[in-house]
Design a protein around this ligand. Structure first.
Ligand code: PLP
Length: 324
């Protein structure tokens, strides 16, 4: 296996992020529930995309890029974090965002501007169309002497997933130091890269731990996640392949992607009030509420080992939309 540190990487977050037991939640469900605070990674409002961008933007730098294109919904956390990280590295960020959802200057659109990104709202619901538009614009800029890097939605390409392989390694060390055995890992799934990275990381560093992705949109994760696992495993030359069926997907889409689910609000409120932790209504609130409902049911999380919730960020949405 290749060492992860053989891949180009730039430091963009303050790692390790905290990992600790959620006392109130553990007491309520009679189960050890831990949280990995990737919302506290030290860049902008934090979030999972920073781990991916450490690898993606290092590659862009190595390729001599001065401009980074990416895409997402109008309130994309990934786009805002790409803007933040690109700015720090002296690269220009161009964000082609779907004109879908909250397009007032709120939440992440405020941050995009603060980080100096060029933002354009595109009237389409198809990422294929946006990808074609990114390629067209990148070609134009390259004609004018620039060098561009295109990051697809969510940074969910194999190199981005490596960020979460590394993330698992990080909390494996933290859990060992705390004498905690990890049985389950839960996080939100939007474009699938985080789930894929967690899954490959678990195979490598926590064999026996089960990964559950909570889908917040209806993409075909059963296909996407194993493909990403295979791609990331190839980069790491670790001899693993994506196998459908060795991870769990549960859904909490509610009325749709980025539409707050009123049934999740009590869970978002309780974590805020008991632990001072912010969850957003698009990703982490849906994932956390789904995890709590599975804990309520009892039998889903087999064994006695700890359940780890990976907090993937997203707080900016709280300033852009009402809870359901
Ligand atoms: C993007 C995002 C996710 C989903 O991660 P994927 O790797 O796209 O599946 C989860 N939570 C937050 C806050 C995000 O911004």
């Amino acid at each position: 296996m290749r060492n992860i540190s053989d891949l180009p990487r730039v430091t963009l977050g303050l790692y390790p992020t905290p990992f600790y037991r959620l006392e109130s939640v553990s007491a309520r469900y009679g189960r050890d529930v831990y949280i990995k605070r990737d919302d506290l990674c030290g860049t902008a409002l934090g979030g999972n995309k920073v781990r991916k961008l450490e690898f993606l933007l290092a590659q862009a730098q190595a390729d001599g890029c001065d401009t980074v294109f990416t895409t997402g919904g109008a309130q994309s956390n990934h786009a805002a974090l790409t803007a933040a990280c690109a700015a720090r590295l002296g690269m220009k960020a161009v964000l082609l965002l779907k004109r879908r959802g909250v397009t007032e200057r709120k939440g992440n659109l405020v941050l995009d501007e603060l980080f100096g990104a060029q933002v354009e709202l595109i009237d389409t619901d198809s990422y294929d169309e946006i990808d074609a538009e990114m390629r067209r614009r990148a070609a134009e800029l390259e004609q004018a002497g620039h060098k561009c890097c295109l990051i697809p939605v969510g940074g969910s390409v194999p190199l981005g997933c490596v960020g979460y392989v590394n993330g698992v390694r990080e909390f494996t060390v933290q859990a060992m130091a705390a004498g905690v055995r990890i049985g389950h890992i839960v996080s939100a799934a939007g474009s699938g890269g985080t789930t894929a990275g967690l899954l490959l990381g678990a195979r490598l560093f926590l064999p026996g731990a089960k990964v559950t992705g909570v889908a917040v949109c209806d993409d075909p994760f059963e296909r996407i996640v194993p493909e990403l696992v295979s791609g990331a495993a190839e980069l790491l030359q670790c001899g693993e392949t994506g196998r459908p069926g060795d991870f769990e997907m549960v859904e909490n889409i509610g009325a749709g992607y980025a539409v707050p689910n009123p049934e999740d609000t009590p869970y978002i409120q309780s974590l805020a009030r008991e632990e001072g932790i912010l969850l957003d209504p698009v990703y982490t609130g849906k994932a956390y509420a789904a995890m709590c409902r599975l804990l309520e049911r009892g039998e889903y999380f087999s064994g006695e080992d700890a359940v780890v919730f990976v907090h993937t960020g997203g707080a900016a949405a709280l300033f852009a939309m009402d809870l359901g």
